[in-house]
Design a protein around this ligand. Structure first.
Ligand code: PFF
Length: 453
C-alpha cells in the first residue's frame, strides 16, 4: 500500500531504522527506569511486582507501542491530528489527553531530572568521597529543603531540553540519542556487575525476582501497569509522534519489540545496581523517591575512583532523562506545529516556558509547599506523578487500544504492521492482543483498584 504524504518531507524523518530505534529507546529509557522503577519496586515488596510489571509489558506494552507507531506512521501527524485524520469525533479527545499528559509529565520530570543535574555537579566537585560517606542521605534532604536550588536545576534541565528540541528531528533528537544511549548501557552494566559481586548481591537478586504474591495488592497492580505505560512512553502519543517520523520500510513490530526489551533490561539493571547497596549497607528498600540518590552515592563515596564513577553515572542519568524529556516536549511541539501551524522554534520556546511554570509547584513540593497534600498524604509532585501514571496514561492506552482494535480499519493496521521485513503471523497475534487482551487487562486492573473484586 502506498500513500502520498505531502507533509512528510517538511516534517522530517529519522535518517535510518537505527536512528528510529535509538530515538524510541531514548524516549522509553529514562528516569522511569533508573529513578522510579527501583523505588516503586522497593515500596511494593519486590519480586511479584517486578514479574507483574514484565507481564504487563508483554501483553499490553508491546502491542500498544506497535499500535501507536502504526497510527503515527500512517497519518504522519501529531496525536490530535492523527485521530482527527483517521476518524474524528470524540476519538480526537484521545489525542488531546496525550498532549495534556505531555504538559503534566514534563512539568515534574524536569524537577526530578534537576535533582540528577545537581548530583552531577556535586559528583564532579568531589562531594562523594570517603570522609562524606556518612552524610549521603543528608545531602539529599538538604537539596529537597532548598527551593531555590531545585528551581535553578529544573530551569537548567528545561533549557537543555528546549535547545535539543529546537534543533528538530534529525539534527537535534537523533544526534543526541545516538551519542547518549550506548554510554548509558555500558555504565549501568558495570554498576550492576559491581552490585552482583557485593555482599548484598544475592539478597538483591532474591528480592527482585522471587515473588511473594501476597504483596501484589490492587494498588501494586495498578502501579505496575501504570509504570509499564510510563516506562515505555505509552498512552500519550509519544511513540505515535516518533512513529510519524519513521520511514516506510521499517518493520514497526521489530522496533517496538527491540525498544521494549532494551527498556526492561535497563530497569532490571538499575535494580541490580541499587538493591545490592540497599542490602549491603542495611538500608530501607521502601525509602521512596530518594532511593537512587541515597544509595548509589554511598557506594561511590566508598570505592576507589568513586568521584569519576559518580560523575559518569549522573551524567548518564541526565542523558537518559534528556532523551525522554525531548520526546515529551516533542508531543506538545508537534501538536502546535502540525495543528496550529506554529514555527518549531516558537512552539518549543513558548511551551518550554509554560511547562516550566507548571512545574514550579512540584519543585516547591518538598519544602515551601510540603504541607499541601493533593492525593492522600502525597505532596504535589507525587500526586501529579500518580495521577499521570496510574490514571491518565492507562486511560489513554485503553482508548488507543480500543481504537486500534475495534475502530481503525484493519486494512490500514495490517498494511502498516507488515511493512518492512515482518513475519506475517505477527498481525493476528497483535490483533488479538490489542483487541481483547490489552483492554480487558487494563479494565480489570482499574476495577480491581476500585474495589470491584
Ligand atoms: N519513558 C520515560 C521514562 O521512563 O523515564 C518517561 C516518559 C517519556 C513517559 C515520554 C511518557 C512519555 F511520553
Amino acid at each position: 500500500m502506498t500513500h502520498s504524504h505531502p507533509t512528510k518531507v517538511k516534517r522530517g524523518l529519522w535518517s535510518s531504522r537505527l536512528g528510529f530505534i535509538m530515538a524510541s529507546a531514548g524516549s522509553a529509557i529514562g528516569l522511569g527506569n533508573i529513578w522510579k522503577f527501583p523505588y516503586i519496586t522497593g515500596m511494593h515488596g519486590g519480586g511479584a511486582f517486578v514479574l507483574f510489571f514484565i507481564f504487563c509489558i508483554v501483553t499490553v506494552g508491546i502491542p500498544l507501542m506497535i499500535a501507536e507507531m502504526i497510527i503515527g506512521r500512517h497519518t504522519r501527524k501529531d496525536p490530535v491530528g492523527a485521530f482527527k485524520g483517521l476518524h474524528g469525533g470524540a476519538w480526537v479527545l484521545t489525542g488531546w489527553l496525550g498532549v495534556i499528559a505531555g504538559f503534566m509529565i514534563l512539568s515534574y520530570y524536569c524537577v526530578v531530572a534537576g535533582w540528577a543535574v545537581d548530583y552531577l555537579w556535586l559528583s564532579f566537585r568531589g562531594t562523594f568521597t570517603q570522609q562524606h560517606s556518612g552524610q549521603v542521605p543528608e545531602i539529599f534532604s538538604n537539596l529537597l529543603s532548598n527551593d531555590l536550588s531545585q528551581l535553578f536545576w529544573q530551569a537548567v534541565f528545561m533549557l537543555m531540553t528546549v535547545i535539543i528540541v529546537i534543533g528538530g528531528v534529525k539534527s537535534g533528537l537523533e544526534r543526541a540519542n545516538k551519542i547518549m544511549m550506548p554510554i548509558l548501557f555500558l555504565i549501568l552494566l558495570v554498576l550492576a556487575g559491581l552490585g552482583l559481586n557485593s555482599p548484598g548481591g544475592a539478597q538483591a537478586v532474591r528480592f527482585l525476582f522471587s515473588p511473594d504474591w501476597s504483596k501484589l495488592d490492587p494498588p501494586a497492580m495498578l502501579e505496575a501497569l501504570g509504570h509499564a505505560f510510563f516506562s515505555l512512553s505509552l498512552g500519550m502519543g509519544a511513540m505515535l509522534t516518533y512513529g510519524s517520523y519513521a520511514d516506510e520500510e521499517t518493520s514497526i513490530p521489530k522496533v517496538a519489540i527491540t525498544v521494549s526489551l532494551m527498556d526492561t533490561l535497563v530497569a532490571l539493571l538499575s535494580g541490580l545496581a541499587i538493591f545490592p547497596i540497599v542490602f549491603t549497607y542495611g538500608m530501607e528498600p521502601a525509602a521512596g523517591p530518594g532511593l537512587v540518590f541515597k544509595t548509589l552515592p554511598v557506594l561511590f563515596s566508598r570505592m576507589p575512583g568513586g568521584t569519576i564513577i559518580a560523575t559518569l553515572f549522573f551524567l548518564l542519568l541526565v542523558f537518559a532523562a534528556l532523551t525522554s524529556s525531548i520526546s515529551l516536549l516533542e508531543v506538545v511541539v508537534a501538536y502546535y506545529c502540525d495543528e496550529n501551524r506554529w514555527g518549531r522554534k516558537k512552539a518549543t520556546l513558548v511551551m518550554g516556558a509554560i511547562i516550566f511554570l507548571i512545574g514550579v509547584p512540584s519543585a516547591l513540593s518538598n519544602n515551601m509547599l510540603k504541607d499541601v497534600h493533593i492525593i492522600g498524604a502525597r505532596n504535589f509532585l507525587d500526586s501529579i506523578d500518580l495521577a499521570c501514571t496510574n490514571y491518565i496514561l492507562p486511560l489513554g492506552g485503553l482508548l488507543i487500544a480500543l481504537f486500534s482494535g475495534w475502530v481503525m480499519t484493519q486494512g490500514i493496521a495490517k498494511g502498516e504492521l507488515l511493512k518492512g521485513d515482518t513475519n506475517a503471523y505477527i498481525y493476528p497475534a497483535w490483533h488479538f492482543l490489542i483487541k481483547y487482551v490489552a483492554p480487558v487487562l487494563v479494565a480489570l486492573v482499574f476495577l480491581n483498584k476500585a474495589g470491584f473484586f
